[in-house]
Design a protein around this ligand. Structure first.
Ligand code: SAM
Length: 285
């Protein structure tokens, strides 16, 4: 800790509720063209990435979030070869998607080159070599612009964006979701980072209202990530296929065939994640 570095990073997503993580060593702090970017060492969660003082990902608990936004749609789909990630600048989502040998191509559209470059240096454990994988195509662009004319179709689209404030806001609109649907292959699956419903219920309702108008099957599933404060996080789910109902036995055989060692995802957790508590069901449009 240098003299002028505050002891605590206080995340204030809400006027009435905040979380704080001790900055045991500040490693990086700068403004990119889009946002304020910080990395610091926290003695419990390891390295922590924040954008505009909102926790994006940590060395310690990122596996939960990245596993649930990749293995759920990829294993539900069963034959996903082409994956699109919007956001994901730290490389964790690409890391998990590329663990599937069946995935032949991952396009990653990230608005802020600064997040990518600096994550390679300060958070290499997150991408774990993903940026050097020949299957990865990194595009520095606004995901909303990219989705207007992606020039390709995808079996799985993952929106790994910041919250709908700042550059991430355009990724939570009906127009964007309509373009995403157009970019899906038949039976393709769209999944989204959709906030913590106990605190950000409107965000989830708005996304699902758009999904309901666009897709045959829509909903959300849950997982609790300790540093996403306020309870379980919701992941939006939207598809014109019927892959939500893939039997447990099928998921088990696909998971075994993938040969991926996970810290959170299991086929049972996959199925159970779609069971929603009352307060989340009440948010469904
Ligand atoms: N796990 C985090 C969460 O749940 O909030 C998301 C992590 S990831 C670092 C979020 C990424 O979205 C950032 O790298 C940010 O630059 C990127 N992003 C925000 N708005 C974007 C946009 N319009 N197009 C592409 N990437 C965007």
């Amino acid at each position: 800790m240098t003299g002028d570095t505050p002891k605590w990073m206080k995340e204030s997503l809400y006027p009435e509720y905040a979380q704080a993580l001790s900055m045991d060593e500040l490693l990086y702090d700068s403004e990119t063209d889009h946002q304020r970017l910080k990395v610091f060492q926290n003695n419990r969660f390891g390295r922590v990435l924040t954008l505009d003082d909102v926790v994006q990902t940590t060395e310690g608990d990122n596996f939960i979030y990245h596993e649930m936004l990749t293995h759920v749609p990829i294993l539900a789909h069963g034959a996903a070869k082409r994956v699109l990630i919007v956001g994901g600048g730290d490389g964790g989502m690409a890391r998990e998607a590329l663990r599937h040998a069946s995935v032949e191509h991952v396009a990653m559209v990230e608005i802020d080159a600064g997040v990518v470059e600096f994550s390679k240096t300060y958070l290499p454990m997150l991408s774990d070599g993903a940026f050097d994988d020949p299957r990865l195509n990194l595009v520095i662009a606004d995901g909303a612009d990219f989705m207007k004319a992606p020039g390709d179709n995808f079996d799985v689209i993952i929106i790994d964006s910041t919250d709908p404030i700042g550059p991430g806001e355009v990724l939570f609109t009906d127009t964007f979701y309509g373009h995403a649907q157009r970019a899906l292959t038949p039976g393709g699956i769209l999944v989204t980072q959709n906030g913590v419903p106990f605190m950000q219920g409107d965000e989830l309702t708005n996304s699902l209202r758009a999904f309901k108008a666009l897709f045959k099957d829509w909903g959300c599933y849950l997982a609790t990530v300790p540093t996403y404060a306020g309870g379980p996080m919701a992941f939006g789910w939207a598809t014109d296929g019927d892959t939500r109902s893939v039997p447990l036995e099928t998921l088990e055989s696909r998971f075994d065939a993938a040969g991926i060692d996970t810290g959170y995802y299991t086929p049972e957790v996959h199925k159970a994640a779609f069971a929603l508590p009352g307060y989340v069901r009440k948010l469904l449009p």
